[in-house]
Design a protein around this ligand. Structure first.
Ligand SMILES: [Zn+2]
Ligand SMILES: [Zn+2]
Length: 367
C-alpha cells in the first residue's frame, strides 16, 4: 500500500479505515476509505474531497466496477490512479488560477471603461457582460469570456450580430478597445436593425416568434393565409431582400408578378417597409386592428400550428377554401385516399376540406 499511495494511511488495527491523499500530477487529493467488517472491497465506502469528486464525475460506474473486480485495496488504488489520470486530462481542475496581475490588469481595464458599462460579472472575474446602447437606443449585451492569460490572449466575445464578429487584439489591448470595436460594428448595423425594427413594430411577423438581433429572416403576414418571407442582407439593408411567398396560388402569384414588374420602384432612400408596400402594391395587415391568431392558421388535419418545427405551409389553391395544412399531414392524408396518385415527387388528390383537386409537391427531406 505504501508503495502506491504513501500518503494513505491505515487508521485502525484491523485495516478497515484509511485516510490521507492520493497523489497525481503534483497534486494531492484527499480521500478516506472505510471497508465493511468483512473487508469486502465492493462494499467499501469511499469519501472524496470536492476536488476529487469533481474530477471523478462521470466515472462512478467504472469505479464501482473496478471496486468489484479488484483483488485487494492496493490493486484498487492502482486502478483509481489510472482512472483519475484519464479524468484529469478531461477536466480543467488542475488549470491554475490566474496570476495576481490578471486581476490588477482587469480591474484597471474595468475602471478605465467604467463600471456602469458592465451588466454582469461572475465571482471569479472570468465572465463579463457589457451592456452597450447603440445610437438608435437599442440595448445590446455582449458576453466576454476571459482566460487566465488575459491580456496576452484575446477574450472570447459572444455577440448577437447577423455578421461574423472577431475582436482584433494585441497584448496591449484593453476592454476599452473591445468596447470601441463593438460600438463601431453596432453603428455599421444600424440601418439593418432600424429596417427590421420598423417591420416588427408595424406588421404581423409570424416567424421567428421572438427575433434575435442576429435574425435576418422575417415571415410577414399578408392576409388570406398568405405571407411573405424576406431575408435582409445585414450589409446592404437598403437593397431589395430575398423574398419568398407562401400561400394559395391565386393570392401569391399576382404578388410575384407585382414584385417582378415593380422592381424599378425600389428606392434605397425609402425604408424597407415602404419599399415592400410600393413594389407589392399592398398594405400589410395592421397590428392595431388584427390579432396574430388571425394569420397563423392551424393545420386543417391535425389542428395544430407547429408540428415538430414545421408550420402549415401547404395551402389549398381553391379561392373559397384556402385551408393550410402541414406537408406531413397532407402527405399522410393523400396517401390514404384511393383516388390519389403520385407522379415523381408530386401527389394529386382532393382537399380534405373542399374536395377540390389539391397537389402536394414533396420536398425530399422525409419521404
Ligand atoms: Zn398538421
Ligand atoms: Zn380546399
Amino acid at each position: 500500500m505504501l508503495r502506491h499511495c504513501p500518503l494513505l494511511l491505515a487508521q485502525d488495527l484491523h485495516g478497515r479505515v484509511y485516510d490521507g491523499f492520493i497523489s497525481l500530477q503534483d497534486k494531492d487529493f484527499r480521500l478516506r476509505i472505510i471497508l465493511p467488517a468483512d473487508l469486502q472491497l465492493q462494499n467499501a465506502n469511499i469519501q472524496c474531497s470536492w476536488q476529487l469528486k469533481k474530477a471523478l464525475q462521470g466515472y462512478q460506474q467504472i469505479l464501482r466496477q473496478r471496486l468489484q473486480h479488484s483483488a485487494d485495496l492496493p490493486s484498487f488504488m492502482m486502478e483509481l490512479k489510472t482512472i483519475l489520470e484519464v479524468a484529469l486530462k478531461n477536466t480543467n481542475i488542475l488549470q491554475t488560477a490566474p496570476a495576481p496581475q490578471y486581476y490588477s490588469c482587469l480591474l484597471k481595464d474595468i475602471e478605465d471603461l467604467g463600471w456602469d458599462k458592465l451588466s454582469f460579472v461572475d465571482t471569479d472575474f472570468s465572465t463579463i457582460q457589457l451592456k452597450i446602447e447603440d445610437s438608435s437606443g437599442r440595448e445590446h449585451l455582449v458576453t466576454l469570456k476571459l482566460n487566465s492569460r488575459y491580456p496576452n490572449e484575446a477574450p472570447e466575445c459572444n455577440v448577437d450580430f447577423p455578421i461574423p464578429f472577431a475582436v482584433s487584439w494585441t497584448p496591449q489591448s484593453s476592454l476599452q478597445n473591445i468596447h470601441n470595436q463593438i460600438v463601431s460594428t453596432l453603428e455599421s448595423l444600424k440601418g439593418f436593425w432600424d429596417a427590421l425594427d420598423e417591420i416588427d413594430k408595424n406588421t404581423w411577423v409570424l416567424e421567428p416568434e421572438k427575433p434575435t438581433r442576429s435574425a435576418t429572416l422575417r415571415r410577414i403576414a399578408i392576409g388570406n393565409n398568405s405571407s411573405i418571407t424576406i431575408d435582409l442582407d445585414p450589409r446592404h439593408p437598403t437593397m431589395l431582400p430575398e423574398c419568398y411567398f407562401l400561400g394559395a396560388d391565386h393570392v401569391v402569384n399576382p404578388l410575384r408578378e407585382k414584385l417582378n414588374c415593380n422592381i424599378h420602384l425600389w428606392d434605397p432612400e425609402n425604408g424597407l417597409l415602404q419599399n415592400l408596400k410600393d413594389v407589392l402594391e399592398i398594405e400589410f395587415p395592421s397590428r392595431s386592428h388584427l390579432e396574430k391568431a388571425d394569420f397563423s392558421m392551424d393545420c386543417g388535419i391535425c389542428y395544430a400550428y407547429r408540428l415538430d418545427s414545421a408550420i402549415p405551409d401547404q395551402v389549398c389553391d381553391d379561392p373559397r377554401c384556402g385551408q393550410p395544412f402541414h406537408q406531413a399531414c397532407l402527405y399522410e392524408w393523400l396517401r390514404g385516399l384511393p383516388s390519389s396518385r403520385q407522379s415523381f415527387n408530386v401527389m394529386y388528390g382532393e382537399c380534405p376540406y373542399c374536395n377540390k383537386p389539391i397537389t402536394l409537391k414533396l420536398s425530399n427531406k422525409k419521404y
